[in-house]
Write a protein that binds this ligand. Structure first.
Ligand code: GLA
Length: 387
């Protein structure tokens, strides 16, 4: 039995006075390509990580969801008959929001004890919040004896984040956390929720994540600003084109209408439509095993996110540029919302250590502090552990 599993069981017993009935986990995610297009109806290509949120759970015969965590001292008791009143909890509002959405959708919920043990670093842009939400939703759905539909769970978790926690995110993170598959990326059409698994055969390469360690406090306001800008872009472009989503337009259609768009709005739209092309080309490259082409597309995506979408900042730019200078690296770009968080780089397996040392040295010289590196393992989204 692995050591962390023993730990979560005994910590659960200390906190709740009995052993858990089950252990579930939901994954953090890395988005390979298709950034800032999920809320424009585009396709994205995320993958679930082995960094995850584990929950040990048992029913407690009450109507209260009692939650605790291995890494923080805070606890919360959430009354399942009145889930609407926990929006301002210091810790626990994501869980309460999920319970609230599940109830609204007609799920049967039963009182339970849940212990959280999260290895997705908080604030890293690897979707620790989606992992917490999906793990909670899965546990609540299972304990209440509801049929499990992982796509619907992702949709409800996104709704919790939008409606309960006030974060206007798209569907990508929750979807990948719930539906990711080991060794595969998920090609998700965010306007229809149709999806396919794309085998991630990286041959002699691995994905290296680098957290730039920038406090990422402006993320929400800047994120919402970008969403408003692309809504403006869509409204203006709809004067010319009969489309429902910005992602339905081609780069040349946006180009043709450029004269009618304010420059910032034009550049935001250009990012979205060119990023959608890059998703298509990346899937082709991956299917043909052309990692050099895939790496080149990663670089192009970063440039577009930096210049047109302006969501990178000095730290992520420095990390990506330091990676581009290394010959062990086939491509690198920021991943997730940006304004902090992580880059993802495609790196030769045999040279991981020299890559990390080289990037760390350059990055520290430019920015004044170091980054934290992880070699990504692509795992299943939701896992039920045998206990
Ligand atoms: C965050 C959001 C996602 C997506 C990405 C950018 O991770 O939660 O919905 O918009 O940013 O691609």
């Amino acid at each position: 039995m692995d050591k962390s599993m023993t730990d979560i069981k005994s910590v659960f017993q200390q906190k709740f006075g009995a052993l858990p009935e089950a252990i579930y986990s939901a994954a953090g995610r890395v988005n390979l390509i298709g950034e800032h297009v999920d809320y424009c109806g585009g396709k994205v290509l995320p993958a679930a990580l082995s960094l995850k949120c584990r929950v040990a759970v048992r029913t407690n015969g009450t109507n209260i969801m009692r939650i605790a965590a291995t890494s923080i001292a805070l606890t919360a008791d959430i009354d399942l008959s009145d889930t609407s009143r926990y929006k301002n909890l210091k810790w626990g509002s994501y869980q309460a929001g999920v319970a609230d959405e599940l109830k609204k959708a007609g799920y049967n919920l039963v009182g339970c004890d849940i212990l959280y043990d999260c290895s997705v670093p908080f604030g890293s842009g690897l979707s620790s919040s989606a992992a917490i939400e999906v793990a909670t939703a899965y546990a609540l759905a299972k304990l209440g004896g509801n049929p499990i539909d992982k796509v619907q769970l992702a949709v409800l978790c996104k709704a919790a984040e939008n409606n309960y926690c006030g974060v206007n995110c798209g569907i990508m993170d929750q979807f990948a956390s719930a539906n990711g598959k080991a060794g595969h990326a998920v090609l998700l059409n965010c306007s229809t929720l149709e999806y396919d698994y794309v085998p991630l055969d990286l041959k002699d390469c691995v994905l290296v994540l680098a957290n730039c360690n920038k406090p990422h406090n402006l993320v929400e306001s800047k994120y919402n600003e970008r969403r408003a800008e692309v809504e403006t872009a869509l409204r203006l472009l709809q004067r010319q084109y009969d489309v429902a989503n910005l992602a339905d337009l081609s780069p040349s259609q946006v180009e043709q209408y450029r004269a009618h768009l304010p420059d910032v709005i034009y550049r935001r739209a250009r990012h979205v439509v060119t990023e959608c092309e890059r998703v298509k080309n990346s899937v082709e490259a991956l299917k043909c095993g052309d990692l050099v082409a895939f790496g080149r597309i990663l670089n192009q995506s970063h440039v577009s996110l930096s210049r047109d979408y302006e969501v990178t900042g000095a730290e992520l730019d420095a990390l990506a540029q330091s990676a581009w200078e290394r010959e062990e690296c086939l491509g690198s770009r920021m991943t997730g919302a940006g304004f902090g968080g992580c880059t993802v780089s495609l790196v030769k397996k045999s040279d991981i250590q020299s890559f990390i040392a080289g990037v760390q040295e350059q990055y520290t010289r430019k920015i004044g502090h170091g980054a934290v590196f992880y070699v990504a393992e692509i795992a299943d989204g939701i896992i039920e552990e045998v206990i």
